[in-house]
Design a protein. Structure first.
Length: 144
């Protein structure tokens, strides 16, 4: 009988520990369910954002393809005139070879000086433009 009572007390302690463990596990399970619900909502929100961005990317891809197609058009593969070609090279009108200027042996001419000019203007320097030394006063004096 003594053994039965001890076993009974021992069994009750085990039972109490098991009940505590179960209640702790149930509390943790409730916390996990709340966390799972929040994460599920976040995943749904992010999925919607990704779908929106995928749609935007598809539209931008279509737009880029269309712009590249239009950029690749010129007068050879569309109805555009050649003046609208974007990749047109500047035309070189010079003929190859030959030198610039008058031909060899050409008698050159320059405008002769007049022996009787209308006006004579005297442009006298008073100061050296390089070192600013006075040219009209004594030697070596600097202008103010």
């Amino acid at each position: 009988m003594l053994g039965t009572i001890r076993n009974n007390r021992f069994g009750q302690r085990k039972l109490q520990r098991a009940e505590r463990t179960i209640s702790e596990l149930l509390a943790r399970l409730d916390e996990q369910e709340v966390r799972i619900a929040a994460l599920t909502a976040k995943v749904e929100t992010l999925t919607l954002q990704l779908e929106e961005r995928d749609a935007i990317i598809k539209e931008q891809d279509r737009e880029i393809k269309e712009l590249k197609r239009r950029l690749g058009q010129d007068s050879t593969n569309s109805h555009f005139p050649s003046s609208r070609d974007l990749t047109r090279k500047p035309q070189n009108n010079r003929l190859p070879g030959g030198k610039k200027g008058a031909p060899k042996g050409h008698p050159g001419s320059t405008l002769p000086f007049s022996s009787t000019p209308d006006d004579i203007l005297l442009h006298a320097l008073t100061v050296c433009p390089d070192c600013q030394v006075s040219l009209g006063r004594g030697r070596g004096e600097r202008a103010a």
